[in-house]
Design a binder for this molecule. Sequence first.
Ligand code: ZN
Length: 291
Amino acid sequence: MRIFDPHIHMSARTTDDYIAMYESGVRAVVEPSFWLGQPRTSVGSFVDYFDALIGWERFRAAQYGIRHHCTIGLNPKEANDPRCREVLAVLPRYLAKDGVVAVGELGYDSMTPEEDEVFVAQLALARDVGLPAVVHTPHRDKAAGTTRTLDVVRDSGIGPERVVVDHLNETTVAEVAASGCWMGFSIYPDTKMDERRMVAILREYGTERMLVNSAADWGQSDPLKTRKTGQAMLDAGFTEHDVDVVLWQNPVAFYGQSGRLHLDPVPGFAEREPLAPATFEGNSVLRGARV
Ligand SMILES: [Zn+2]
């Protein structure tokens, strides 16, 4: 089973996770930029974070045989903070960089006027620079938030085929399916959406424009939920081809619209040769010499 996790926050995860993900079939990921769990206090904090996403984290993933890409944007939670909104001026510089495959994550948290303004501005940016957009739906008041999200996407002039609306469930999937946008599902250990419910949604709506992710981050989450969903699909009678469409071909098609995916295997990794100690700006993932 080859797996592309289209939404996972690897900088919050350990090297054990990278090893387990590789062993489960994960060969590529997209890490959307998001908040830290507590507020940032200046634009400099975003700049260092964005640099780490396109630099160190990409290097670290490759040490474990996984191709890492990211999305860059001002997340809805911090769109309400004037100290953070200044980052909008910095975004175009990052959206031009290799490895940046979309603008995001965008959308609504509490649906404030500030969030409206920042969401609209970043969809316009995605349209102008020709990148797809990753749109998060709010965890509270999800149905109303999804309706409003789709209205804003429609008014923005960006093609629905270039937008994924993420963190969907049974109550929001129909509206997004009808909109022409891609449908994203985050599979969690004990909240929101699990693999069994995901299989039921795939039975009802089919596999087209469907993206399944683990959304793993610093919170309670499981970076192997993509693999577990693939297994649940097989157990329910879906074919290996269906699983490949959902877990590999669909994310490749969606993020491939950026023209910036790197999916060739990491050299030397599949053969399990001992890798020469690699460094990024003089630093390696090793702590002392390999035994
Ligand atoms: Zn996320």
